[in-house]
Ligand binder design. Structure first.
Ligand code: SF4
Length: 301
């Protein structure tokens, strides 16, 4: 049996439209990388010598000027300092709220206050599956057994899909939050999500954030004054003792310390973050607050 050399016609052909899409994605990535580098260079002087408030204002103004409507602010509704600081430079800016279905009632009340009182546009970002649908597929209380998977489904994937519609996002990451965030840049290209990431509060301390919020009478999550310096989903957040690391109350009992949105600017690595525990989180979290478990109607882009 003889074989003949493969003709060029036998080789799989690349779909020309796929090729176009890939080239356009690459061009977009290169453009955004260049903008991130330019922004970091432009803001270097103010970052080196400005006050935390001056740095935040300058970074927000650069972001508003550079990205216009293609800019979004992420907000966990622990406080509203970041949306307020950004909205001063970008009135009506989109504020993304990860509505996981597991938030404290106090967090949802804070979200509603932010929508009423600040010049921002809230975008509720939700998983495709409701909590009951997730329970039906994976069993109840997935957060107790596999918080990495739960965060991936309820936070990271919906956020990734939403961020695909923007060129830049602004987050409240601060260097004082712990070792994983100690080197966070003011402006960078976010490889994990494929867009520019700006951290205007990166040089602020927790005390400065809270001080600014209360001084300016901004919507602040009431849980801050009840022993919760870092507030996430109710099943995965506990009170911390005075002097304890503020993030010690997140996923207590697991090695997990991040939700996969920021760690080392590499969300993919963090998605693999799994831990073990010797005590159910639900027991440690049997506190006076009531976790809510509802799926609210709202807008999503
Ligand atoms: S923080 Fe907890 S409940 Fe919220 S998405 Fe992650 S694992 Fe699930």
């Amino acid at each position: 049996m003889s074989t003949s050399p493969a003709r060029s016609d036998d080789r799989p052909r690349e779909n020309p439209r796929e090729g176009d899409a890939s080239a356009s994605d690459q061009a977009r990535t290169e453009r955004l990388r260049r903008l991130a580098e330019e922004g970091a260079a432009e803001l270097a002087a103010i970052e080196a010598s400005g006050t935390p408030q001056e740095i935040a204002a300058a970074a927000s103004a650069w972001a508003a000027r550079t990205f216009g409507d293609s800019l979004a602010v992420a907000c966990s509704m622990a406080d509203s300092v970041l949306p307020e600081v950004v909205a001063r430079q970008a009135p009506g800016v989109d504020v993304l709220f990860l509505d996981t279905g597991y938030h404290f009632a106090e967090t949802l009340e804070t979200r509603d206050r932010v929508e009423r009182e600040l010049d921002v546009h809230i975008v509720d970002v939700r998983a495709k599956a409701s909590v009951p649908e997730q329970d039906a597929e994976h069993g109840p209380r997935l957060h107790d057994r596999d918080p990495g998977l739960c965060c991936a489904m309820r936070k990271v994937t919906p956020l990734r899909e939403t961020l695909a519609g923007y060129d830049a996002w602004i987050t409240g990451v601060r260097r004082d939050e712990g070792p994983t965030r100690a080197d966070s840049p003011l402006v960078t290209f976010d490889d994990a999500f494929g867009l520019v990431k700006i951290n205007p509060l990166v040089t602020w301390t927790l005390e400065e954030v809270n001080g600014y919020g209360y001084e300016h009478h901004l919507p602040m999550n009431p849980l801050l004054e009840q022993g919760f310096p870092s507030i996430g989903c109710a099943p995965c957040t506990r009170r911390v003792a005075p002097g304890e690391d503020p993030r010690a109350g997140r996923w207590a009992g697991f090695e997990k310390t991040e939700c996969g949105l920021h760690a080392g600017d590499d969300a993919e690595d963090d998605l693999a973050d799994e831990g073990s525990r010797d005590e159910p989180i639900s027991v440690r979290n049997r506190i006076t607050l009531t976790p809510v478990d509802h799926h609210r109607s709202g807008e999503r882009r």
